[in-house]
Design a protein around this ligand. Structure first.
Ligand SMILES: C[S@@+](CC[C@H](N)C(=O)[O-])C[C@H]1O[C@@H](n2cnc3c(N)ncnc32)[C@H](O)[C@@H]1O
Length: 433
């Protein structure tokens, strides 16, 4: 006896069967974990023409499926599934929208599902009143028939039946299992079309991989499905902390318009200093001994501007971020330790950069990094090097997520009297074909 029997009542049993008897669900059926029967409604008509539909009373467009063949077909499958916990479901655009929670409930509470597929203008209302336990919709749109919806329900239910997938871990943690979307997935090769697999997945540190994946689930859900993120209830203390942290990131401005980038000019200095002060305070709060003295000061920005190396990002008419990108070599980068730069690459150097507080977490930093790439390419350089304080975790994360790789350690000279140890990062910009 299979764990789950599904009878699909349809006018197109061959089409539905051909799909469901393929792949994982097909193999599960062969193993006996599930039993799927696609039953032809037309075989249960009581008229000579095997007619299943007729004109609607009151007039109107199209035909309506008659109640009698549906009921006879249903009685046939119910007799065959005698003793099972059955549920009769009519697939309908008027039903409750189908979710993973519905799939879980159906597997938990029943071992026999009857999926009734309507066609034409739908089915005689009296059949629904008389025989149907529940109406399920695939979404707020109208299909030609219930077959696609029935296949979706059957597939998603079957993969939750014990013995269908190799391990329950296959579906626990997938999108919608606990209200979140799944983390991003990667497979070989490590670099494809210039895009690298995130470093954390290559190091074999399972704890770090798990932590990264959980965080990605929160971020993805927040970004792709804010409705799900808002209604998510975190479980334990750690989850609550992570939830609040990721939620905070959206607390700032939401970017809906165009972000521009241009070379900075003298009149931008007050806005740049304002951002520097916010960054300085933020670093202090995080106990990062970077930008805690006079650096970066007016003379640095004037120097950058004179050489056309300082850029500002503009959003809604205001300066939202700045960065300095130089084609000149950085003397302190020659003495890299515990690693090395990529050999034979001429590089641009990303120096001073920061995002205004109100735009943190809005995606502005990621946009800034894309403008950095663009400017480097405009300079004829495909390699960008930079450094950041070893405790400046947000910057390190931004760099990694923007395609930079850790290359080693170095000491900077610009902040005497402070912690001058820095981590070196490098990005080779891959050109799109
Ligand atoms: C063209 S539809 C009939 C729609 C119906 N006249 C109405 O407006 O509610 C034909 C059949 O497709 C199926 N169907 C259409 N949209 C669906 C949806 N969103 N979810 C599930 N089944 C759907 C139902 O079985 C329905 O009987």
């Amino acid at each position: 006896m299979s764990e789950m029997r599904i009878d699909i009542l349809t006018l197109f049993p061959d089409t539905v069967g051909a799909v469901l008897h393929e792949s994982i669900i097909g193999r599960a059926a062969k193993k006996g974990a599930v039993e799927i029967n696609c039953v032809q409604i037309r075989d249960f008509t009581e008229n000579k023409q095997n007619q299943v539909d007729d004109y609607p009373y009151g007039g109107g467009w199209g035909c309506v499926m008659m109640a009698q063949p549906l009921k006879s077909c249903l009685e046939h499958v119910m007799a065959a599934a005698h003793g099972k916990r059955s549920r009769v479901i009519y697939l309908s655009p008027q039903g409750r929208p189908y979710t993973q929670e519905t799939a879980k409930r159906l597997v938990r509470d029943y071992d026999h599902l009857v999926l009734v597929c309507g066609h034409y203008e739908g089915v005689d209302e009296r059949f629904i009143e008389e025989c149907v336990d529940e109406e399920i919709s695939l979404g707020d749109f109208v299909l030609t028939g219930g077959e696609i919806a029935a296949m979706a329900v059957a597939d998603s239910v079957c993969r939750l039946v014990p013995g269908v997938l190799s391990d329950e871990q296959c579906y626990i943690g997938e999108s919608h299992w606990d209200g979140l979307l799944e983390y991003p997935q990667y497979t070989r090769p490590e670099v494809w079309e210039g895009r690298e697999v995130p470093q954390v997945l290559l190091n074999g540190d399972h704890e770090k991989v798990e932590a990264w994946r959980r965080r990605q689930q929160f971020i993805r859900t927040r970004d792709k499905r804010p409705d799900l993120f808002d209604s998510f209830v975190p479980g334990d203390k750690d989850e609550r902390k992570l939830y609040e942290e990721v939620k905070m990131l959206t607390g700032g401005a939401v970017l809906s318009g165009q972000v521009g980038c241009r070379r900075a000019a003298e009149e931008d200095l007050p806005a740049i200093f304002q951002i520097v002060e916010e960054a300085r305070a933020g670093l202090k709060k995080q106990k990062v001994d970077q930008w805690q003295g006079p650096y970066p000061g007016e003379q640095h920005f004037r120097f950058d501007m004179e050489r056309g190396e300082c850029f500002v990002l503009l959003y809604g008419g205001e300066i939202a971020a700045f960065f300095t990108l130089s084609a000149r070599e950085e003397a302190s980068y020659a003495a890299i330790s515990d690693g090395k730069w990529t050999e034979g690459m001429r590089s641009a150097v990303l120096h001073r950069c920061a995002v205004a507080e109100k735009y943190r977490g809005s995606g502005m930093a990621e946009k800034m990094m894309r403008f950095v790439d663009e400017q480097a390419l405009a300079m004829g350089l495909r390699c960008v090097r930079t450094d950041t304080h070893r405790k400046n975790k947000p910057m390190q994360r931004l760099l990694r997520e923007s395609g930079y790789r850790y290359r080693g350690n170095l000491q900077v000279t610009v902040e005497p009297g402070h912690d001058t140890a820095r981590q070196a990062y490098e990005k080779i910009i891959k050109l799109r074909k």
